[in-house]
Write a new protein. Sequence first.
Length: 537
Amino acid sequence: MSTGNGALLDVRGLKVSFGAHEVVHGIDFSLAPGEKLALVGESGSGKTVSALSLLRLALNAELSGQALFDGRDLLQLPERELRGVRGRDIAMIFQEPMTALNPLYTVGDQIAEVVQLKRGATRAEAWHVAVERLAETGIPEPERRARAYPHQLSGGQRQRAMIAMALAGEPRLLLADEPTTALDVTLRQQILELLGRLQVKNSMAMLLITHDLNLVRRFADRVAVMERGHIVEQGPVAQVLSSPQHPYTRRLIESRPVRDVAEVPATGAEVARAHALRVTYPVPRAGLAGWFRRGEFVAVKGADLAIAPGRTLGVVGESGSGKSTLALAALGLVRTADGQLTVVGRQWGQGRASDRAMRRQVQVVFQDPYSSLSPRMTVEEIVGEGLLVHEPGLPAARRRERVISALADVGLAESQFPGLLDRYPHEFSGGQRQRLAIARALILEPALLLLDEPTSALDVTIQKQVLALLQRLQRDRGLAYLLITHDVEVVRAMAHDVIVMKDGEIVEAGPVARVLDAPAHAYTRRLVEAAGEGLPS
């Protein structure tokens, strides 16, 4: 049975409301069998809630319009019939597998449950299919991984398990909500190639929800662009992205990070320097020997680095490469086993007073501002907290002036946000929360700012604004940045120098233009290619 126009899915006039607030305003799109359609837009554009509404998974949403799947309107199906569609005919990959997977069951049990429910298999048959599906995703040792719990798998392995679960019911339509956002660039490429192979093998149609235009260019057949609940433009990917007609589409395409940094010479006293730095973690040893002595995992192996005032050192690598451990060592949060590390001319662990003075000089901006800002503290308390620790004698009125000044430096003012100082983090957007995190770090006037994936959780347009802010602050204040990221485009825009880490070792280092434009190491070349350069469409 078909929809009458050859489409597997035909959405007509879909509206989604929460109470009196309409968030999706009568959108239309269709998907042919075996086609890949990308739904693109920033956070809040309505793309995810539109996809969830197709399976009526948007809690407390009021839906109108039509969503015809094989001639049946998904919005009008009785719940009993819709349960038969979910997972069997239409499956979904959610954005964050750690929250979507049940932590109390092994991934094999969760995949097998889908096979039993949707295909009527026995327990033994379902387990066999679960292992087969995991093997299809390319996960190493699928039989062993099937017996693992979600927390025992890496981010890429959890995402593969989520894909295996979605495909267990052999659906004809797959809804993929930001399936690669939380992954490293090489893992992103692997997951895209995997989805492409499985889509062809199973003749699946795919609705891809994303804000990553590089992903759209490489993966989708057609694209629909959403802004504030409206589809403002749609068509073949090559046509829309090469000749965009709507201003919003043009703004998305032009939102690549722009390099605007001062070319400060790497001379004079360094803010931070490491030589032959080695960081280890204790691990249990197998057998009887483990009773008497613990083993050792070397997370950073003989690292050398130097950062001068006004310059940015980018550190790139996949998960497990050692870049986060290197950052923790720079912050004095892990002990170094060997080598030398100095920050603002001092070493960590020389006494409580010395460490406290160093902490004022080294501040950090984390990846996810929502989890790094206390939900129980006001803006004034969050931004001014460092002053309470490092300048306890500062009068309250003077402390408030410093807080207001720090907020103004990052583009947040009382005139723009009435009652700004008394607001809480949940009252701000993602980009505004990241500005709060930057203000909290800057109020102590540090010499070194550690940026841990500072824009990976943000939309492309917001990412561009935050990077421009960081570039301006560096020029104005002569700040040194240690930038931890897996985004090669961000490194190109922000860094003066870059080091590439793999398995705890620095495999390549040097000026950013030389390393990224003419990489000497095969691993660096793979990272650059996976970021979108020279990849097949």
